[in-house]
Design a protein around this ligand. Structure first.
Ligand code: UDX
Length: 402
C-alpha cells in the first residue's frame, strides 16, 4: 500500500515516519524545500524524542512536488490550521493542500488529519473527491512517537467504503480500538478530546486555587479523587495552567463555531478565562514574599512542558512579561527553549539566559519553577534560605496551588 502525507510539520513528520516504521510505503510532501533537504540527510527539524533514530532507521522519501504521491492509495493532509485573531480557524494551508490534489486529478482517498472544525471536510474536500475521510491525531509533544505506536484509540471518519477499508489497512500494524464514524463526528471527537482534557486540568487548577487559601495540599485531594474510576488520575496535576499549540486554539475555535450557531458555551468560556489568569497566580504568591521591582528573579523552565523546545502559549510568556512590567531583572534557564523564548518578543532579548539551572538559581533572589524538567528535580539546587516557588509540582514545597 502507498500513502502520501501533505504537510511535514510536527504532526505530518511524526505520522509519516511512524507509518514507515510499521511498513507503509509513505512519501511526504511539503512546500518548504529546506525540510525536504534535511529529510534527505535523515535529519529531523523538530525536537521530539526518538525522531532522529526513526529517520535514520526508516528514512522518509519526501518532495516539494505533489506529483510524487499521485499514485498513492490514500493521502493524509497534515498542514497547520492556525487560529485567526478572533479564534476562528485559518484554512489557507488546508485549502491549498486540497487544491494541489485537485490539480493532479488525484483519485485515491483524501483524508485530512489536521484539526479542523466539524463540517470543514464536507465543505472543502467531499465535493471534489470520490473517496474522503477524516482521521484525527492525539499526539502529545514529548511523547508523540510513543503515542502514535500505542494510541488509546484510532478514529476513522469516512464517506465511502474504499476510504474506510484503506484506512483500516493503513493502521493494521497498530493495536488499538478503532472507532468508525461519519466524517463530522470524527472531526468533533478531536475537539471534544482536547476540550475535555483542558477543562479537567482547569478544574484541578481551580481546586488548587481554593485549597491554597485553605492551607490544604491540592495534590492530596486530586490523588484521592483520581482513584474514583469515573474521574481517573491523569491530567489532574494543578499548576500554572496549560499551554501548548492545541488546547487554547481548539477550545477557542469550538467557542467560535458554537456562537455562530447561536449558543454561548459558558463552561468553555470559563475554562479559557481561568487559564488566562492562572499563570499570574504565581506572581501574587511571589509578591507576598518579596518586593519584585529591582529584584533578581530566576525562571527555571520556559517550554510549555518538559521534553520540548515549544513555547507556544507557554505560561512562562505571561509570567516573564508581567515580571518585566513590574521592574524585575530576569535570569532564565531552560534545557531546550531559550532560543525560541529569546526570539518570541523583543523585550525577552534582554533577559539573562543562564548556562545551567545552578547558575540561574545563584544569580537570583527568588526562583520560580515553570516547567518540570528532570534537571530541576535535584534538591541540592535549592539553598534553604532562598525563595523557591513551584509553578509545576517538583518537590511539593511552596507552590502556586500548594
Ligand atoms: C495535547 C493533547 O494531550 C494531545 O492529545 C493533542 O493532540 C494536542 O494537545 P500537548 O499540547 O502536546 O498535547 O501536551 P499535553 O501533555 O496535553 O499538555 C498540555 C499542557 O497541559 C501542558 O502545558 C502541561 O504542562 C499541562 N498539564 C498537563 C497540566 O498543567 N496538568 C496536567 O495534569 C497535564
Amino acid at each position: 500500500m502507498k500513502a502520501g502525507i501533505i504537510g511535514l510539520g510536527y504532526v505530518g513528520l511524526i505520522t509519516a515516519i511512524n507509518l514507515r516504521a510499521i511498513g507503509i510505503d509513505v512519501t511526504g510532501i511539503d512546500v518548504d524545500a529546506k525540510k525536504i533537504e534535511l529529510l534527505k540527510e535523515k535529519k529531523s527539524y523538530i525536537y521530539e524524542p526518538g525522531t532522529d533514530n526513526l529517520l535514520e532507521r526508516y528514512n522518509l522519501p519526501a518532495s516539494t512536488d505533489v506529483k510524487a504521491i499521485a499514485d498513492a492509495d490514500l493521502v493524509l493532509i497534515t498542514v497547520g490550521t492556525p487560529s485567526n485573531d478572533d479564534g476562528s480557524q485559518n484554512l489557507t494551508y488546508f485549502i491549498s493542500a486540497v487544491k494541489s490534489l485537485q490539480d493532479i486529478n488525484y483519485k485515491g482517498a483524501v483524508v485530512p488529519r489536521s484539526t479542523i472544525l466539524p463540517g470543514t471536510t464536507d465543505s472543502y474536500v467531499t465535493p471534489y473527491f470520490e473517496h474522503v475521510g477524516y482521521n484525527p491525531e492525539f499526539l502529545a509533544e514529548g511523547r508523540a512517537n510513543e503515542d502514535f505506536i500505542h494510541p488509546d484509540k484510532i478514529v476513522i471518519g469516512y464517506k465511502d467504503e474504499y476510504t474506510r477499508d484503506i484506512m483500516k489497512k493503513l493502521y493494521e500494524g497498530i493495536k488499538a480500538p478503532i472507532i468508525e464514524t461519519d466524517i463530522k463526528t470524527a472531526e468533533m471527537i478531536k475537539y471534544a478530546n482536547n476540550a475535555f482534557l483542558a477543562s479537567k486540568i482547569s478544574i484541578a487548577n481551580e481546586l488548587g486555587n481554593i485549597t491554597k487559601k485553605l492551607n490544604i495540599d491540592v495534590y492530596k485531594v486530586t490523588d484521592a479523587i483520581g482513584l474514583d474510576s469515573r474521574i481517573g488520575k491523569k491530567f489532574l496535576n494543578a499548576g500554572i495552567g496549560w499551554g501548548g499549540s492545541c488546547f487554547k486554539k481548539d477550545i477557542s475555535a469550538l467557542v467560535q463555531i458554537s456562537r455562530i450557531h447561536g449558543y454561548e458555551p459558558e463552561i468553555f468560556n470559563a475554562v479559557l478565562k481561568q487559564n488566562d489568569l492562572q499563570p499570574l497566580k504565581i506572581i501574587d504568591i511571589l509578591r507576598a514574599r518579596t518586593e519584585i521591582k529591582g529584584k533578581n528573579i530566576g525562571l527555571l523552565g520556559l517550554s510549555f512542558k518538559p521534553e520540548t523546545d515549544d513555547i507556544r502559549d507557554a505560561p512562562s510568556i505571561k509570567i516573564a512579561s508581567a515580571l518585566l512590567d513590574e521592574g524585575a531583572i530576569i535570569h532564565a534557564y531552560d534545557p531546550r527553549a531559550m532560543n525560541n523564548f529569546k526570539n518570541y518578543d523583543d523585550k525577552f532579548k534582554n533577559i539573562d539566559y543562564c548556562e545551567n539551572a545552578k547558575q540561574c538559581v545563584e544569580r537570583s533572589d527568588a526562583v520560580l519553577i515553570l516547567t518540570e524538567w528532570n534537571a530541576f528535580k535535584d534538591d541540592r539546587l535549592y539553598p534553604a534560605d532562598k525563595i523557591i516557588i513551584e509553578g509545576r509540582r517538583i518537590r511539593g514545597k511552596e507552590g502556586v496551588c500548594w
